[in-house]
Ligand binder design. Structure first.
Ligand code: NI
Length: 227
């Protein structure tokens, strides 16, 4: 499932992020690439220990923690801290699958990457190329979003970033371990939760059908969730 979430950051927040990132110390992105992806990665990123990256990353996690659509879709258990990257001058990231287990000195244990997210920070009019191309069962989908919008996609999918041929593309990426490991189960819970929320609009909260459906949601979550 690919899920686009609009306005995760508002226009003012995007400007604030971009101003902070313009002054930040960018390094070669190959520093954090695994042995398989090092040959296909050509971008800049901030070191995970960089203060700007940590401060802005925490802001993103705090916003997502209060985002009902994100919670409903991802059912997050553990996060790998957001990483900031920048592509310019033909920079790209060839086809790869994200590493399954992600380690950081800042985390007590590894994070299994069930879902990846890219938060776009540059207005699409300011650069050419730079689409995030994600392989899906229905073919490749190219994603290029407004600044402040985010796409959530399975970490298991083959994906790449096409070369940026004009301007520069800055974004944040993050990975998370979901409480529900199985993507099909997670998708069923998401559909059910969204339908319950939609049906409950204007209905008596004591409506027996609504109560039964809500019970089904929680009992499925109880059966499938790991914490
Ligand atoms: Ni990736």
């Amino acid at each position: 499932m690919l899920l686009v979430m609009e306005n995760v950051l508002g226009a003012d927040e995007v400007q604030e992020f971009r101003a902070a990132l313009a002054e930040a110390p960018w390094i070669d992105g190959r520093a954090s690439a695994g042995t398989l992806s090092v040959s296909v990665k050509d971008n800049l990123q901030l070191d995970d220990r960089c203060g700007v990256a940590q401060r802005l990353g925490n802001r993103i996690l705090s916003l997502l923690g209060r985002h009902p659509l994100f919670i409903s879709a991802a059912l997050p258990n553990r996060f790998f801290p957001p990483r900031f990257n920048r592509y310019a001058g033909g920079g790209h990231y060839g086809a790869h699958v994200d590493g399954a287990l992600m380690y950081s000195d800042a985390l007590p244990q590894a994070v299994r990457s069930d879902l990846s997210a890219t938060l776009f920070l540059t207005d699409p009019a300011d650069y050419d190329g730079g689409e995030l191309a994600i392989e899906t069962p229905f073919g490749a989908q190219e994603v290029k979003l407004a600044a402040g919008d985010m796409v959530l996609y399975p970490s298991s999918s083959l994906h790449r970033v096409l070369p940026v041929t004009r301007g520069a593309r800055t974004s944040a990426i993050l990975w998370l371990q979901s409480m529900v490991r199985d993507a099909a189960q997670r998708a069923l819970l998401f559909d059910l939760d969204q339908s319950i929320q939609s049906l409950s609009g204007g209905r008596d909260p004591a409506d027996p059908d609504l109560l039964r459906l809500t019970g089904v949601y929680h009992n499925l979550l109880r059966a499938w969730a790991e914490t």
